[in-house]
Design a binder for this molecule. Structure first.
Ligand code: PXP
Length: 244
């Protein structure tokens, strides 16, 4: 079944809102794993607005499944990634003013920075993924650099304003998936997925893992982490293809 990596950034967002020492994203990660999550994802942003280096260092010691760290190609977070050694590093674009990651990383426009990051992380045997829009050009460029894993940005599909656009966006996701499969890449997907829209993405057999944060943490605030994670696992299991 498609794996669920729970992104715990927003547990840290609540903590940082008061610069308190709770709630602890490390605890949240443990609860998510106990509820059946297949991995823990977090984003060490340059401005450290949510996850802190302390979180990452403890998560590296406590996460029993897999730890996926999102970072930009800037020197600062890459250095921390090298030191901590997560199982996967997902390269993402980062704009200081953004509320959340706004789009996929353009591999075609950032070839040198991405190649540097790949070479650096390769020294530590860390699996490297790039978060990209569902675009043939981006996948080809990632493959040329030697990247073997991608995370497809699902935002445009999820936020499509009507059924026609949604069908078109789903088609783009499927084209991207088919090419990545042909190139023998491991395929993840994520961003803006929730309990209602996850089905058609979870139903794509080549997509082996999903990174989901906001929807799960928002629900966990009300119903508890264990139930929020279990319900997402159930939504993924039920994954339905899109309406024709
Ligand atoms: N994938 C990537 C690359 C992200 O940057 C994020 C947000 O940090 C997610 C997935 C999770 O997105 P959401 O919080 O909308 O589920």
């Amino acid at each position: 079944m498609t794996e669920l990596n729970v992104n715990i950034d927003h547990v840290a967002t609540i903590r940082q809102a008061r610069k308190a020492d709770y709630p602890d994203p490390v605890w949240a990660a443990a609860l998510a794993e106990l509820a059946g999550a297949d991995g823990i994802t977090c984003h060490l942003r340059i401005d450290r607005r949510h996850i802190q280096e302390r979180d990452l260092r403890i998560l590296r010691q406590t996460v029993r499944t897999k730890l996926n760290l999102e970072v930009s190609t800037a020197q600062d977070p890459l250095g921390v990634a090298m030191e901590v050694g997560p199982d996967i590093v997902t390269l993402v674009p980062e704009r200081p003013e953004e509320l959340t990651t706004e789009g996929g990383l353009s591999v075609t426009h950032n070839r040198d920075a991405i190649t540097n990051a790949v070479n650096l992380l390769g020294e530590r045997d860390i699996r490297i993924s790039v978060f990209i829009d569902p675009s043939i050009d981006q996948i080809k460029a990632a493959h040329e650099i030697g990247i073997k894993m991608i995370e497809i940005n699902t935002t445009r599909y999820v936020e499509a304003p009507n059924a026609d656009t949604r069908r078109k966006e789903y088609g783009q996701v499927m084209d991207a998936v088919r090419l990545a499969e042909k190139l023998k890449m491991r395929i993840a997907a994520g961003h803006a997925l929730d309990y209602k829209n996850v089905g058609p993405i979870a139903a794509i057999p080549q997509v082996t893992e999903l990174n989901i944060g906001h929807a799960v943490i928002a629900r966990a605030v009300l119903v508890g982490m264990e139930r929020a994670v279990r319900e997402m696992i159930e939504a993924i299991r039920l994954g339905e293809p899109p309406a024709a």
